[in-house]
Ligand binder design. Sequence first.
Ligand code: FES
Ligand SMILES: [Fe+2]
Length: 458
Amino acid sequence: MATPTQQPDITRIPERWRLGKDFVPKGRYIDPEFLALEYEQLFPRTWQMACREQQLGAVGSVVEYTIGDQSIAVVRTQEDEVKAFHNACRHRGVRLVRGDSRIREFHCPFHGWRYALDGTCTFQHLENEFEPRDADYRNLRPVRCERWGGFVFINLDPDAVPLLEALDPLPEALAPFRLEDMRLLWHKQTILPANWKSAIDAFIEGYHTPGTHPQYMRLAESNTPSARPAELPLYKYAPYTPSIRYEGHSRFVFGVREDGEREQIRSSAPGADLVANQVQYQVQELRALNTQRDGRAAAALRERTFERGERPDVVFQQLRRELAEAEGVEWPEMTREQLQAGIGDWHVFPTLVILVEVGCMLGYRSRPNGNDPDSCIFDVYSFEHFPPDGAPTVQTEWIPDWRSHLGWGQVLTQDFRNMSEVTAGLHSHGFDGHWLNVEQEMAVHNAHHIADRYLFEA
Ligand code: FES
Ligand SMILES: [Fe+2]
């Protein structure tokens, strides 16, 4: 097997799963056969983010990454080397590691075989009683493992194209943001009652902002704006978030239409307070996309007197940078063009979404949960550029039921509330599939389009 480079063979796609120009049939989300096909053709051949490199801090640190019934052990073998193996003893298949741990070697609990961190079998009890096999058969079976931006990716396909090639255009577009130097502020993992793709879809378009997060239209009010449903006149402040489609990924950026059809919220509000309100709202309710330090820069912005022609958003960028540098943070340098080319919400097909800001980033990862098409394992990550030695030690917070956790903040709670309702609607006999906005929701369509190359390879 290898990464498909051609368009799918449309004739192989059953009618009930065939994409329209602006339509995604619901069977692609709810049919167990579709999930089975994804497990067979998509997940064994795509690069998936297994963990953050910082989660493999010391030599011998191991993270178990699972996708469906496959378990992969990702291990730091040397200070600057990370490897991955199928997490199965070569003798009778026992899983060697569970969850995150730190080991000196792999030690099978069944008959006691041992493997060095690099997968070499070092102890086979009573080896002379076995028919001989060559070393490759005795050693742990390797899995492709490559790194980018501080993320560790795995690919079960030995013939897959290299990670950096598969990620194009992200590595070049995001190089100035130095994602590899960011560290976790927090990481939570939960189960959401939705197809793994529905959970991704919720975070790769901004068209839902006025419907789901109306408070973002009311930032002129205060830094704790009302979240009551938006009245119709408020919709004119909705951001414009066109999908940008690439061969293997998608992106959107918050912006304003140039045709003047929508108004910028800022035209109706005092600039400095509006900027400060947005920053402080995000610091309080998301703990991501803006840092605590940004919150202090926002407070300073309110106190400042402005010269004629000075723009509050530009001044804020200076203030946050000054505060960061005063703390010893190496602030990412970039031109305006580089900023425009990298900032925004990227769908790193298939399982990862990153919202990239200067100095921080919010990440989401979604995987199917076993064989239930209506359930997914969902991770949320908040990253920042910290001063040297300033990053906290972060443990993954496991939340078995997302509703039982009060710490998501308003924005994520609003997004998660939609999940079970989307799932219910997909099962409705009166609903056929997603009818997409052809400007702002095409990232959803693009993900299916990319998937078809794997699922229905020509
Ligand atoms: S299954 Fe691992 S040693 Fe027997
Ligand atoms: Fe949202």
